[in-house]
Ligand binder design. Structure first.
Ligand SMILES: [Zn+2]
Length: 288
């Protein structure tokens, strides 16, 4: 168990929330004397661009964040496929030919669970035979959640064509496998990704039984109305902030003020699995 990992997707320039999460990951790494791994999650080939990876890494350098190890997720394709084949042979995943519309319609008829977590899926294909699948261009593969027998939380982990010759790992699959193989001491991500843990923990524990990864969630930086920062949100990239007079140094001091850290405080926060406040507004963070 070693190291801290931060795992951005190269789908655009970082906004101030991404920068802050990376900076916190780096600070925790220094505090715990653990190396920082940055894993570039570029498996969504429709949205990922290699030039964004370079720009993101360059932005991090400007605020003093340097990776000790850089992993490009798409390079791990054969490992993702190897475990997909094993999971399929072992019946841990199953094919699903439901369209998005089928799923939404079925979900509309489902009552939500008493504890409030919304269902992701109707469970329709959980007990169907693969030979009963409709001829579709792309089959989704769902993780057979051990925690709910009705399949309502069986998330999509991969897609293949019907004969299985083309395999594309899904976000949960690649992320959980890479985290299990990395055997990190701590994963750092923002609070909006907390829901991923439901599926990803099961996959990690399958890949590496007895794994004991901790997770630290940072506050999600939001607009004043509570909405999340988007790629199209103006004024939140490092270039835009510096153009507006907020230098890299100023930004780092703002991060320091919004995230006080020493070992004792970190231990307290770890009990909460991250920062107490799940969101922080942009104006609060930038003190304006
Ligand atoms: Zn289905």
């Amino acid at each position: 168990m070693k190291g801290i990992r931060f795992a951005p997707s190269p789908t655009g320039r970082f906004h101030v929330g991404n920068l802050r999460t990376a900076w916190i990951a780096s600070q925790i790494g220094h505090l715990l004397a653990e190396p920082l791994t940055i894993r570039v999650e570029d498996i969504d080939s429709a949205r990922s661009r290699i030039e964004f990876k370079d720009l993101q890494i360059a932005d991090l350098k400007r605020i003093g964040v340097d990776a000790d190890e850089l992993i490009i997720q798409s390079n791990r394709h054969s490992r993702h496929l190897e475990l997909f084949n094993r999971a399929r042979n072992d019946g841990l995943i199953y094919p699903c030919d439901c369209s998005r519309k089928d799923v939404l319609e079925a979900l509309a008829g489902l009552r939500s669970a008493p504890h409030g977590r919304e269902a992701d899926y109707s469970g329709r294909c959980r007990t169907r035979k693969p030979s009963d699948m409709h001829p579709v261009e792309t089959l989704a593969w769902r993780w057979r959640s051990k925690l709910n027998a009705d399949g309502r939380y069986d998330a999509i982990v991969a897609r293949t064509n019907p004969d299985g010759s083309q395999f594309t790992p899904g976000y949960h699959w690649a992320c959980a496998i890479d985290d299990a193989d990395g055997n990190y001491r701590l994963l750092v991500r923002a609070w909006d990704l907390e829901t991923a843990e439901f599926t990803q923990r099961q996959i990690r524990e399958w890949v590496r039984p007895n794994i004991q990864t901790d997770i630290f969630h940072t506050s999600l930086v939001v607009n004043l109305d509570g909405s999340r920062l988007e790629k199209r949100t103006k004024g939140v990239t490092l270039d835009e902030l510096t153009a507006a007079g907020i230098t890299e140094q100023t930004l780092v001091s703002l991060f320091e003020r919004s995230f006080p850290f020493d070992v004792r405080q970190l231990n307290e926060l770890m009990k909460n699995k991250g920062e107490i406040e799940q969101t922080i507004s942009l104006d609060t963070l930038l003190e304006r």
